[in-house]
Design a protein around this ligand. Structure first.
Ligand SMILES: NC(=O)c1ccc[n+]([C@@H]2O[C@H](COP(=O)([O-])OP(=O)(O)OC[C@H]3O[C@@H](n4cnc5c(N)ncnc54)[C@H](OP(=O)(O)O)[C@@H]3O)[C@@H](O)[C@H]2O)c1
Length: 367
């Protein structure tokens, strides 16, 4: 009985030892596999990071080739929303590279001023078309633009036009008119203008199509929901096009800027004082134009490239949480400023009224 029980104990012990040995082999094996997978992952991340840094340095710091622009993208470039802000500054940079420009926007006096500004600086021709991309008569609008562009060899289309809400806010505080405006201007204009001008570029086997998206489209951005969604549309639109027409000789580009000081940012005083983080349209465009043909998707301006890296690295929940906080703050700022302006307006009205009364009283006394 003793011998019998000892042999059972021995075999159980032996079995346990055997299992422990096998387990430690297996563990060592998996540890090695995990270490190799980890090393490959780290190497992949490091090489991606390095190539991004090298690309950014090459694009933004070493300098941008500006030769053969007319040959590649000329003789005409069309810039939507080109009367002010980024569109105007971008057109200015294209003119510096020898391209003739057609500007499109609503306000004729602003268009005239932009034309005069560019033509007085560079020996190019600037024409303009007065067009409201939010117009209710969408079909007629694009027929009219097509007719006006019929005699031009357009080698570059810059889909710049875009509108935002008056200030960040939640969906139900935005009027339906404003929402249609965002859809027609931010999505419709880029789609229809590209559809109109791409065929002639394909025929010539060269040209360029640029869309201006936004950093707000890297994730869903609460309190700018529709704006950021329309900008995400542009990302997908240009990516799909670049694939469909990859053998056409045409250059496609998606610019992804963050804050730029233009009238679109008028709702916030703070945003206009961020220094390099929020450059002027001229500074932004000078940098962004030179990236055409060098990068398919870029922020276009070095400090924005850094912001784009961070934006892409943060998880969705963190982005949404942070942007809701920032946008709520900016909304409060805009509302406070509106209120102050209204109070000032009321005060002005009261003081004007008092002046009128005083004048009437003194007139009565003098009679
Ligand atoms: N500013 C930023 O911080 C920022 C950041 C990221 C992306 N973006 C994008 O960059 C692009 C340019 O923005 P921006 O800041 O330069 O804007 P902006 O200063 O407000 O200029 C907008 C331009 O579009 C024209 N426009 C507006 N509504 C129009 C309509 N319904 N039909 C035709 N033209 C119209 C305006 O001229 P009229 O008034 O004469 O029509 C103006 O020329 C936009 O796509 C915007 O989404 C801007």
């Amino acid at each position: 009985m003793g011998i019998y029980s000892m042999s059972i104990t021995d075999s159980v012990t032996l079995l346990g030892e055997e299992i422990a040995r096998e387990a430690s082999y297996l563990f060592a094996y998996f540890r090695n596999v995990l270490a190799i997978v980890g090393m490959i992952y780290v190497a992949y991340k490091v090489s991606r990071c390095t190539s991004r840094i090298v690309e950014a340095i090459q694009m933004h710091l070493i300098g941008q080739r500006s030769d053969k622009w007319v040959e590649k993208y000329g003789p005409w470039a069309v810039v939507t929303g080109g009367s002010e802000g980024v569109g105007h500054a971008y057109a200015y940079e294209l003119a510096a590279r020898g391209l003739n420009i057609v500007l499109l926007s609503r306000n004729e006096s602003k268009l005239k001023a932009a034309k005069a500004d560019i033509e007085s600086s560079y020996p190019v021709t600037v024409e303009y078309i007065v067009a409201d991309f939010a117009s209710e008569a969408q079909t007629e609008l694009y027929k009219k633009i097509e007719q006006k562009l019929a005699d031009k060899d357009v080698g570059l289309l810059v889909n710049n036009v875009g509108v935002m809400y008056d200030y960040p806010d939640v969906l139900l505080n935005i009027s339906s008119e404003k929402l249609w405006q965002l859809i027609h201007v931010n999505i419709g204009a880029a789609t229809m203008m590209t559809h109109m001008l791409l065929p002639q570029m394909i025929k010539r086997g060269k040209g360029g199509i640029v869309v201006i998206s936004s950093g707000s489209a890297t994730h869903a951005t609460p309190h700018m929901t529709v704006y950021s969604a329309t900008k995400r549309y542009l990302d997908c639109f240009i990516q799909g096009l670049a694939y469909e027409y990859r053998n056409s000789g045409i250059t496609f580009q998606c610019l992804v800027p963050f804050f730029i000081v233009t009238s679109m940012m008028d709702y916030s005083k703070i945003l206009t004082h961020l220094g390099m983080i929020a450059p002027s349209a001229a500074v932004y465009a000078k940098s962004a134009v030179g990236t055409l043909g060098q990068s398919f998707c870029t922020a276009g301006y070095f400090p924005h490239t850094l912001q784009l890296w961070i934006a892409k690295a943060v998880p969705n929940w963190l982005w949404m949480w942070g942007s809701e906080k920032v946008n709520s703050f900016l909304r409060r700022e805009a509302l406070d400023r509106n209120e102050l302006q209204q109070q000032k307006g009321d005060k002005d009205k009261i003081s004007k009224y008092k002046i009128e009364i005083n004048r009437e009283q003194s007139l009565e006394q003098s009679h």
